[in-house]
Write a protein that binds this ligand. Structure first.
Ligand SMILES: [Zn+2]
Length: 196
């Protein structure tokens, strides 16, 4: 995987006090890359190398203005994702959540919400998913955590967990909507290639 070198800048996140600068951004894979269709493997060691990956993923997510980013999306088949559903529209960072080996242990209700994905740029669609979820995982420091929430939080956790299972949100569209997506996606990609 080729890293895109970016300008060094300080991180204003409390979790990242010990390292002040991040030099590398990760390249985000675009649908239908094979790695996005592959199931990620459980993480056995939470060490410095993994924490470096986490920090690079967080930086990449913020830079791309996303609310979540799974390891598959940067070409790493490890069960890990980062998210921040509290960041402001002006780009102000909120609370970063890191979930390692996440498992949904409870869900309730149903909700239809518009979804988008950094790996499927310029496309969004409405999807029905459980409204409230409870997730168990390990954080960046290796502590076991349990989080419960609804709205964008629940939506983002389910979307990112799908990535770790090799599922993209467009795979969950109805057959009709999927056919519409394929047409639209061909057009989006063709326009993009013309610009390059
Ligand atoms: Zn996504």
């Amino acid at each position: 995987m080729r890293n895109i070198v970016s300008v060094c800048r300080p991180l204003a996140l409390p979790f990242h006090k010990e390292t002040t600068y991040i030099k590398h951004m990760k390249k985000i894979l675009v649908y239908p890359d094979e790695i996005l269709r592959t199931k990620a493997k459980p993480i056995k060691n939470i060490d410095g190398e993994l924490q470096k990956l986490i920090d690079e993923m967080a930086e990449t997510m913020y830079k791309a203005k996303g609310v979540g980013l799974a390891a598959n999306q940067v070409g790493v088949l490890k069960r890990l994702f980062v998210m921040d559903v509290t960041q402001g529209e002006d780009g102000k960072r909120g609370e970063l959540v890191v979930l390692i080996n996440p498992k949904i242990i409870g869900c309730e209700g149903q909700e239809v919400m518009e979804e988008g994905c950094l790996s499927v740029p310029d496309f969004s669609a409405k999807l029905k998913r459980p409204a409230t979820i409870c997730v168990k995982a390990f954080d960046r420091e290796g502590n076991e955590i349990e989080l419960e929430g609804s709205g964008l939080f629940a939506r983002c956790v389910q979307h990112e967990l799908d990535h770790l299972d090799g599922i993209c949100f467009v795979d969950r569209l109805s057959p009709i909507k999927k056919a519409m997506f394929r047409k639209r996606w061909q057009k989006i990609r063709a326009e993009k290639e013309q610009k390059v």
